[in-house]
Ligand binder design. Structure first.
Ligand code: ADP
Ligand code: MG
Length: 700
């Protein structure tokens, strides 16, 4: 049987094991060589039973003295072995005829497992075993990340094959290696070592990945990531966008729109809003497409900044599109923008999947003719039928809720041809989940980031309390009190996809409970399965202050802005992620009234909350700073999950760890541009080597 999975063979996998290799993305020799062990087993030594301590994992060689199947307390195979120094029982709860065949009386076997002191003497449960004989291996035995259908032994052979065939010539200029990372190992040395380390090595250094061989691999990986992102950025810089320079003062009916909007606002921009607005303006003046992330905590005032960017685009005589992930959120934007833009004589079009055909036709016509200066909507904005007349700026709110493909669709479908030249729209992405610095450095090397790091004045802090579900009555009393003061309340029930029906029942029951507990008050229910029109009506009534309490599943998660709401209760808060809790909490504290958030938890059948749930709720109670929360979220979840598979579009790291490999990251960031400039061939080979075979990592 061939263990080769050479390049060019993709898609023609025949055996289940070969298919599994493909599934792991191990199609080229180099991919196999870069598939590194999770841990190691030491099979280089034999331990005498008399010297093995309880709890230790050891390898012994011993003779089978008895082998029997017992039926009590349950069916199992018990094999007694003796190595001359002591005896021990091997116990198998699952076993096959092959077990009995090898472990037959008189056979000498090599067994590896954890020694335990059992009631009836020492034992190993489900050890691995084989007939004794043959040399002991010289190196530690690697254990690789794998999937079903791909046995370790097969994978090991395949990896060693890949390692022997792969081109491992150096891509790093040797003078580039930083002293801080320790001695430099060549790639070949590092890989040979990590796949077959000598037993003398410190296992600790291997496990915490501080060994020089690991340092080399992690640095390589980070460099590949930085290079590929830089390449993406260069590619984008080669594209052209319209430079959105305002028409000279007075010469156009469109000049001075921004000034007029600012004059009409009931507030002044914060310093942070002014700063990011200027950063965006500088981008829009250029002929290269903007690719900017505008991040700002919930309530920091991103919408008005987006509106100002849109006006810059419109002043220059172009169209702007704004897309939001949900209809409720898109509609909020629409309503606000209409109020801001209509007095300036500008037409805003509305596009969503649920609108009536006639309304939609009218919107499409206004977009195509250029009569609509701004288009606001959901995913409907990127659908095939939508034709812009002169699109130059696309704004995406809550960008992490869109997949890479959708972002691309937005860009490519809107590519405009002006006098034969392809033009790209400028792209402004907004997010209320601030990205911690190390992540931004690593994952967003091809993105410019603007941060609103200041809240508008006059916001009162939100007091956050973590309480047990058993104190529900107190909480309801609190709600009564708030309503008495003319305030409004959100009550959020979790939505777990696997059991939507159940969640719905929860929300419905809570709704009934609150209606009963608050006689004479309007208590409304909002959930994700409701028809859009109903959702809108419920939201509108709440925004108008007609409803006192809004019980909802997480459809209110983002963006909703009702300043009179002063209390938020989150039921089963332990089921929410940290960022999600923070987003939810941001729905209150938007007005001047003192606001509160109650995180109600239930431990279910468990005696207490699990550690991560506890850590999340504690973090929420301790801080209201979105950056701090994002940092803790990252700590609790790790970068992969934090970003979410859909969010990144950037290669996730397999080996390097952003929390500990900051030095290597900084080195890679510094080296990448130099390398692209001075050694473009090496840079290209390096990226191909690391990312070329992994289609899921190929840069969007
Ligand atoms: P987010 O960043 O979460 O999208 P919004 O844009 O919805 O925040 O703004 C939250 C609220 O703050 C809105 O009611 C908005 O009108 C108001 N706001 C925005 N900027 C300011 C400011 N500089 N001063 C006072 N209020 C502001
Ligand atoms: Mg918003």
């Amino acid at each position: 049987m061939s263990t080769t999975a050479s390049a060019g063979q993709t898609g023609r996998a025949s055996s289940p094991a070969q298919k599994a290799l493909q599934k792991l993305g191990l199609s080229r020799d180099i991919d196999l060589a870069l598939h590194l062990p999770l841990r190691y087993e030491d099979e280089t030594r034999l331990t005498r039973l008399s010297e093995a301590r309880d709890g230790e994992t050891v390898q012994i060689e011993a003779r089978v003295v008895r082998s029997e199947i017992t039926l009590r307390p349950r069916r199992q195979l018990k094999v007694q072995v003796d190595d001359g120094s002591d005896t021990c029982v091997l116990r198998f709860l699952n076993f096959y005829p092959s077990h009995q065949k090898t472990l037959t009386e008189g056979a000498v076997v090599r067994v590896r497992g954890e020694i335990r002191g059992g009631f009836l003497g020492r034992e190993m449960v489900h050890p691995s075993f084989k007939l004794a004989g043959g040399e002991l291996p010289q190196a530690l035995t690697p254990v690789y990340p794998t999937v079903a259908q791909l046995p370790q032994a097969y994978l090991r052979k395949a990896v060693l094959g890949g390692l022997s065939r792969a081109d491992l010539s150096e891509t790093l200029p040797p003078e580039a290696w930083p002293v801080a990372l320790g001695p430099m190992w060549t790639l070949r040395q590092a890989l040979a070592f990590l796949h077959q380390p000598s037993p003398q090595v410190s296992l600790a250094e291997l496990e915490d990945r501080s060994h020089p061989a690991w340092q080399r691999l992690k640095a390589e990986e980070l460099l590949a990531q930085q290079l590929s992102q830089l390449e993406a950025r260069r590619a984008r810089d080669a594209m052209r966008s319209p430079a959105l320079v305002p028409a000279s003062q007075g010469s156009s009916p469109l000049s001075g729109l921004r000034q007029r909007l600012l004059k009409g606002l009931p507030f002044e921009l914060t310093g942070a809003q002014q700063r990011v607005e200027a950063q965006i303006a500088a981008d829009l003046w250029r002929e290269q497409p903007m690719h900017r992330l505008l991040q700002g905590d919930v309530g920091s005032g991103k919408t008005v900044v987006a509106a100002l960017a849109a006006l810059r685009c419109i002043e220059a005589g172009w169209q702007c599109a704004l897309m939001a992930p949900t209809e409720i959120l898109a509609e909020q934007h629409f309503r606000k923008l209409v109020v801001w833009l209509e007095p300036l004589g500008l037409h805003t079009a509305w596009l969503t999947g649920s609108q009536k055909a006639a309304e939609r036709r009218a919107a499409l016509a206004a977009i195509e003719s250029g009569q609509a200066s701004l288009v606001v909507g959901t995913h409907a904005v990127i659908e095939g039928k939508v034709q812009f007349s002169r699109l130059a700026l696309a704004i995406i709110d809550e960008q992490h809720r869109f997949g890479v493909a959708q972002r691309l669709a937005l860009r490519s479908k809107m590519t405009q041809t002006e006098s034969g030249q392809a033009l790209e729209p400028h792209l402004l992405m907004m997010s209320a989940t601030p990205i911690p610095r190390t992540l931004a450095m690593s994952y967003y090397a091809d993105l410019d980031v603007s941060t609103i790091d200041e809240l508008p004045p006059g916001r009162s802090p939100i007091v956050t309390k973590v309480v047990n579900q058993s104190r529900r009555d107190e909480i309801i009393a609190r709600i009564r009190d708030q309503i008495g003061q003319g305030r409004q309340v959100y009550w959020v029930c979790p939505l777990i996809e696997e059991s939507e029906a159940l969640d719905l029942r929860n929300a419905t029951e809570t709704h009934a409970e609150l209606q009963q507990a608050l006689p004479g008050q309007q208590v409304a229910l909002l959930h994700s399965r409701m028809p859009t029109a109903d959702k809108k009506a419920v939201m509108a009534a709440f925004a108008d202050g007609q409803t006192a309490v809004l019980v909802s599943t997480t459809v209110i998660e983002v963006g909703v802005d009702v300043p009179n709401a002063s209390l938020m209760v989150i039921e089963h808060a332990e089921r929410f992620g940290l960022s999600q809790l923070h987003q939810l909490r941001g729905r209150v504290g938007r007005g001047a009234a003192a606001s509160a958030c109650v995180l109600m938890f239930s431990t279910g059948d468990a005696p207490r909350l699990g550690d991560t749930a506890r850590a999340r709720l504690q973090a929420m109670a301790q801080t209201q700073d979105g950056f701090e929360i994002a940092r803790r979220d990252l700590e609790i979840r790790g970068p992969g999950e934090f970003l979410g598979a859909r969010q990144s579009g950037a290669p996730l790291l397999r080996f390097a760890d952003l929390a500990t490999d900051v030095q290597a990251l900084q080195w890679a960031r510094g080296l990448a541009p130099l390398m692209l400039e001075r050694h473009p061939q090496l840079a290209h080979r390096h990226v191909q080597r690391w990312l070329g075979g992994r289609s899921e990592f190929v840069k969007a």
